[in-house]
Design a protein around this ligand. Structure first.
Ligand code: MRU
Length: 343
């Protein structure tokens, strides 16, 4: 497989693979300032909950390096401004807020400014390593659920691109193939921004896993014909109840899977779990620009002035989920108890 590094730490800057240019072009960008990194997250140059958390942490660390204040209090005030800017980029991905919490704690614990700057860099690198390790581990655990000759349906993109590591749902698929299982994949195109059509297919092609691209609205056709053995998706935030926020369209797939007796798995690192929220009703859902719906890759597809809605995620209630696969184990109902045990 030809390798690619979605997020690479270079010591005084971060190098990212611009996912908005894929699959046409493999363009790498070097970023070192707050505005560039915040924009990269908002514009989905880097996306996927774990990768957002990692780039957010690097963004905080790199911006902190540029703070010139000589007093600890002034430094911390400026740092809070930076953190607010990073926190405002994308509200749903739990991993971003998990990373921010960790960065705030190490800064608060350091004695002087030089120590704070070093600690922030070290913590960002640690967050990257923890996420990468978690995605590899959960992929190994999850691959046990995949039988030989399985056809798996997946949504959005949850590979190395989304995790700056091994992948979650796509990591499990990749691991199953590495174990020698013969598998096939249905990748949904994932409107409006086509993460499935542009990115999942790009990653599957590199791993040599056979796949068929379908539009989101074709899922029911293939599931109802018995052509899908299981559905695996990622998550942006999982509440204590097991209710899961993931890319818009996930809920529809979960309902379809249950209707047809097909297992529906959610794969996510524990950094995506938010035990402070009792249920999915409390998960903030990002609303994006209507233009992402009225245009496809810059081309208008609706009459001028068309109103469009664009929630980026939906909530799948826990009772549709057959199991949640994390790096610390595979959890089933009752999720509340299982989740408390592993977190
Ligand atoms: O809007 P995106 O592309 O960031 O949405 C990504 C997803 O919904 C993924 O399924 C989720 O973040 C998990 S990535 C391992």
């Amino acid at each position: 497989m030809k390798d690619y590094l979605p997020v690479e730490w270079l010591g005084d800057k971060v190098r990212i693979l611009d996912q908005t240019r894929l699959p046409q072009e493999e363009v790498y960008l070097e970023l070192a300032d707050l505005q560039g990194i915040a924009e990269a997250i908002v514009e989905l140059k880097i996306r996927g909950a774990p990768a957002i958390g990692i780039l957010g942490a690097y963004g905080i660390a790199l911006s902190a390096l540029r703070i010139e204040s000589a007093s600890r209090d002034d430094f911390l005030t400026e740092l809070e401004g930076i953190i607010r800017a990073i926190a405002a980029t994308r509200p749903t991905a739990r991993n971003l807020f998990m990373a921010i919490g960790r960065m705030q704690r190490v800064a608060g614990a350091a004695d002087d400014i030089e120590q704070m700057k070093r600690a922030l860099i070290d913590e960002a690198v640690k967050i990257h390593n923890v996420e990468a390790e978690a995605s590899r581990k959960l992929s190994q655990l999850g691959a046990e659920l995949i039988g030989d000759n399985f056809t798996i349906l997946t949504h959005c993109n949850t590979g190395a691109l989304a995790t700056a590591g091994y992948g979650t749902a796509l990591g499990i698929i990749r691991q199953a193939k590495e174990q020698g299982k013969k598998i096939k994949v249905f990748a949904t195109e994932t409107r409006p921004l086509l993460q499935g059509a542009r990115l999942t297919t790009w990653e599957l092609k590199k791993t040599g896993i056979p796949f068929t691209l379908i539009t989101d609205s074709m899922a029911g056709y293939f599931i109802s014909r018995g052509e899908v053995d299981c559905v695996i998706v990622g998550a942006d935030r999982i509440a204590a109840s097991g209710d899961t926020a993931n890319k818009i369209g996930t809920y529809t797939l979960a309902v379809l899977a249950m209707e047809h007796g097909v297992p529906f798995y959610v794969a996510a690192p524990t950094t995506t779990v938010d035990l402070s929220l009792a249920s999915g009703d409390e998960i903030p859902i990002e609303q994006r620009s209507p233009e992402e719906v009225t245009r496809i890759q810059g081309v208008n597809i609706a009459p001028e002035g068309t109103r469009a809605a664009n929630p980026a995620f939906d909530i799948t209630p826990h009772y549709y989920i057959t199991a949640i696969i994390t790096e610390r184990g595979i959890i089933k109902e009752p999720y509340g108890e299982g989740m408390k045990k592993i977190i």
